[in-house]
Design a protein around this ligand. Structure first.
Ligand SMILES: C[S@@+](CC[C@H](N)C(=O)[O-])C[C@H]1O[C@@H](n2cnc3c(N)ncnc32)[C@H](O)[C@@H]1O
Length: 245
């Protein structure tokens, strides 16, 4: 039995190494990701009844991370319609019934707030209304969560300035051997001026923020295994691990 398991793990490891070098697969995945975003494919899905705005492969990988880290708390900046909070809450319920998901948004619409509050998983969720970089919110979080195992997902305003500020703040809150996940780094691969009426663009987005952050924060590294295997993603170089030292 053990022999089979080891063989399968070895097969997957070799398979990921092959996929990493497969230019055709990786180019087509990038091309597909950009087209899918353009046609708003990622708006099409719900998690336990509420809309979640993420690619299915990113949701799958986040599930792997959550199961591996087994956090007490997951923080997400950017709530929108609440499906991602429900997704995180459904997993945290399995791991730790008292676990919490904290959602921070500057503009939680009444209809969305009501839907989240009516959901059976709301008991594991806390909604905070305000900017993800407001001192009033983040100082409290820093104090309260110092002894907790925390994963953070940044999915709010996708400008370099804002994401860099979030990275500086939330890198202190995320625990060692856990993850700081930065959404929408793929904006860097769109043509310039692709995003009409958005303050982010090629050259000013979550990936440019991640690159600046990593230069000065050697205790964070990109999870290379995820980068090698995921193919289709909104978050290339966006899965950061906080090292143990
Ligand atoms: C892409 S949506 C979030 C999607 C959600 N995480 C999901 O996966 O379904 C971005 C959200 O960020 C919020 N937002 C924009 N600026 C913000 C800020 N400074 N602080 C917190 N939230 C912000 C918007 O109101 C919007 O609801």
């Amino acid at each position: 039995m053990k022999k089979n398991k080891d063989n399968f793990e070895l097969f997957v490891k070799n398979n990921i190494n092959k996929i990493k070098k497969n230019k055709k697969f990786n180019n087509k995945s990038k091309e597909w990701s950009l087209l899918a975003s353009k046609i708003k494919y990622h708006y099409n899905f719900n998690w336990l009844g509420l809309p979640i705005i993420k690619f299915p492969t990113d949701i799958l990988v986040m599930q792997e991370i959550i199961w591996k880290v087994k956090p007490d708390v997951i923080i997400e900046t950017g709530v929108a319609r609440g499906g991602s909070l429900i997704f995180f809450a459904s997993l945290i319920q399995l791991i730790n019934k008292k676990g919490k998901v904290i959602g921070i948004d500057i503009d939680i619409r009444k209809k969305n707030e009501l839907a989240i509050k009516k959901h059976p998983l709301y008991k594991n969720i806390k909604l905070l209304n305000g900017s993800s970089t407001s001192k009033k919110i983040t100082n409290k979080l820093i104090k309260k969560l110092s002894n907790k195992k925390v994963i953070v997902v940044l999915d709010s305003l996708h400008t370099e300035e804002h994401v860099l500020k979030e990275l500086e703040i939330y890198s202190k809150i995320v625990s060692k051997k856990s993850y700081l996940i930065v959404q929408d780094t793929f904006v860097e691969f769109f043509p310039k001026n692709h995003f009409k009426n958005r303050p982010w663009d090629k050259g000013n987005n979550p990936l440019t923020a991640v690159k600046k952050f990593l230069k000065n924060n050697k205790n964070f590294i990109v999870d290379k295994k995820i980068s090698s295997k995921i193919g289709i993603t909104e978050n290339p170089m966006g899965y950061l691990i906080k090292k143990n030292d």
